[in-house]
Design a binder for this molecule. Sequence first.
Ligand SMILES: Nc1ncnc2c1ncn2[C@@H]1O[C@H](COP(=O)(O)OP(=O)(O)OP(=O)(O)O)[C@@H](O)[C@H]1O
Ligand SMILES: [Mg+2]
Length: 292
Amino acid sequence: MSSSPDSLSQTTDAIDPSFVFDFRAYDEPDALDQRWSTWHDVEPLCRGPEPRPAWLITDRAAIDTELGILKTGKEADVFLLERAVDDGPSVVMAAKRYRDITHSNFHRNSSYTEGRRGKDTREARAAAKGTRFGRTVAAGQWANAEWESLKLCWSLGLPVPYPVQIDGTELLMEWITVGPEGDRETAPRLAQTRPDADLLASYFVQLREAMATMAQHGIVHGDLSAYNLLAAGDRLVIIDLPQVVDLVGNPQGMDFLLRDCANVCAWFRSKGMDPDVADEHALFSDLLATAF
Ligand SMILES: Nc1ncnc2c1ncn2[C@@H]1O[C@H](COP(=O)(O)OP(=O)(O)OP(=O)(O)O)[C@@H](O)[C@H]1O
Ligand SMILES: [Mg+2]
């Protein structure tokens, strides 16, 4: 059946304008190292807390591109991931991906999870039994534990990477860097730096304040050391928080706090800090005094 140009234009006129939408074609991400942004695939509660930083990209048309591995850890690997809108803004984030326990060379001590409230779900039982499904669940639980700790610490104003989103065993967060915009590099771990006396003293003050805020809110990092602190120029940033423990709820909360104090103080002393200042027992009692 042929239609005259006239009848065609009549049909077009008859279309309800609410059915007309702007359409823009995007190229499908076709490379193996690309995917559509997963921001809208995850539940709202799996997205970072508000107010959200200005650099965050929430555009549906954004594409995620793998930039490569940053660091292989004991239980997770950290990658760099770029989220970018065609002809628009882009941001590089750190993607921490937990491995299931079979591929992890580190088995967490159950003392970290003592006193942690849990539900008797199918997942929990599978995780406890160590089935293949259970191992993936356990990896997801560690990712989730780190997600919750990051959100809490961020909301308390602590110097931690902004938690962008969680999707199963993958946690996306702010990439902590040094160097000028356009030429940024991953911030070194504190352990790799040799700060001068002033910077060393400033780092210690920052750390003590952060640990005090955590203690006041009843939490302890649980694995704090110069390897889990990043030196972002003048600023110290705390990372690696899946094992955050309750100071009071966990029967070993105090032991974890003392161990964290001992680890960081030993490092500061080894870099020349006054042993009376970088004294773990003094720090420990200061923190408890502010907490209770
Ligand atoms: N947000 C981030 N920004 C920059 N670098 C990061 C970030 N998160 C992690 N890294 C880098 O990746 C390394 C490993 O991260 P993290 O400590 O969280 O994981 P892990 O599996 O516990 O590793 P490890 O076994 O080395 O402690 C860090 O030491 C740091 O160098
Ligand atoms: Mg670490």
